[in-house]
Design a protein around this ligand. Structure first.
Ligand code: KG4
Ligand code: ZN
Length: 339
């Protein structure tokens, strides 16, 4: 009999449900929340209300598209954290109800592990393109920038983290300075294509080890714009493409510098990238070029599995299910939850 895992993701502003059967993707539905755009960031109260509205239709669609009925689901996996508490409560409460009603196990998933394990989602049963252990994963999202040594599906060691802002936050906050809507990352990616990445010099952090820092870059970007607007009130409009290209290339240079350090120090031969920022076209190209130079195998996820999605929760739930790692009904979500 197949193991059919229903995955639920509701950690931030996307409500998502997915079905994975024996590790193979059957469906992955995402309801984005447009409501936050006009506020320039995610409003937690509005996010949890929207999750309440979206969760049943999204789950229903995911199970139907998988060609299954609720009675075919073997276990329900949900994001326990990290994330917005009010958002996580919607997904975890739904999973509890579903598990009780169907009398099936429930699996609690760490959202960050989910991003990493997105690399193990199979498109078909013969898909053998998954990374080999141990590999290094660069996890770059709106909330996290981490370098993780992945020793097994469920055994991971964080070797570097950001000490302040995450890479995605740097994209989003600098976008806000340029009056671009939230989330700024995808727009900066698009606008940067028409600009010169070497035009504007921005500050890079000097910190030891494998840790990241992006707050200095954000400040130098802000000061650069403030100083130039005094001379030319239309500076942002006139230089938008160069600003985006220079900012993007600085963020990527910071990411690549520490990644290269870990690769050199550990001798790891396979590298993967995960999280929303891994959708960035220039980061993807830079990683491919780097892999070729250093003769590494690079794993870049399909776009659908870069930003938040339930398929990554379902695949993580699949591996935890195989280990009998089930959650009890009194489990609570966690806003902060390390790998
Ligand atoms: O993983 P994710 O969907 O949510 C979190 O868990 O945080 O990541 C969202 C982040 C946002 O900061 C967004 O601006 C960024 O990913 N992002 C991008 C791109 N697409 C999404 N950043 C740069 N370039 C992109 N193409
Ligand atoms: Zn995420």
């Amino acid at each position: 009999m197949s193991i059919n895992i229903l995955g639920i993701e509701s950690s931030c502003d996307d409500t998502s449900a997915s079905v994975i059967s024996d590790g193979v993707i059957k469906s992955n539905f995402i309801a984005n929340q447009e409501v936050h755009k006009r506020y320039g960031g995610v409003v937690p109260e509005l996010a949890s209300r929207a999750h309440q509205q979206n969760i049943i239709p999204v789950v229903d669609a995911a199970i139907k598209q998988a060609g299954l009925s609720v009675d075919d689901i073997t276990a329900v996996a949900f994001t326990r954290g990290p994330g917005l508490l009010g958002s996580l409560l919607v997904g975890s409460s739904f999973a509890k109800g579903f598990s009780l009603a169907q009398n099936i196990p429930m699996v609690e998933v760490n959202h960050l592990k989910g991003h990493v394990l997105a690399h193990f989602i199979k498109e078909d049963p013969d898909d053998t393109n998954q990374p080999k252990f141990p590999f290094l994963c660069l996890l770059v999202s709106g909330g996290h920038s981490q370098l993780i040594v992945v020793k097994d599906h469920l055994e991971m060691e964080v070797v570097g983290s950001t000490i302040d802002d995450a890479a995605g936050e740097a994209f989003d906050k600098c976008a806000k300075v340029m009056n671009l809507p939230y989330p700024g990352g995808p727009l900066i990616d698009k606008l940067a294509k028409g600009g010169d990445p070497n035009k504007i010099k921005l500050s890079k952090p000097r910190i030891d080890g494998y840790n990241y820092s992006f707050s200095g870059l954000k400040t130098s970007f802000l000061y650069h714009i403030r100083d130039n607007i005094k001379k030319n009130p239309n500076y942002i409009e006139d230089k938008k493409a160069d600003l985006c290209a220079s900012l993007q290339s600085t963020i990527i240079a910071i990411l690549m510098d520490k990644l290269d350090k870990v690769v050199k120090d550990t001798g790891i031969k396979e590298v993967a990238v995960a999280g929303g920022v891994s959708a960035n076209s220039r980061l993807r190209q830079t990683l491919m070029d780097y892999a070729e130079q250093r003769q590494l195998k690079m794993h870049i996820p399909p776009f659908a599995y870069t930003t938040d999605n339930a398929a990554m929760i379902a695949i993580t739930g699949h591996y935890q299910y195989l280990k009998g790692d089930f959650a009890s009904q009194d489990i609570t979500p966690l806003a902060r939850f390390g790998i």
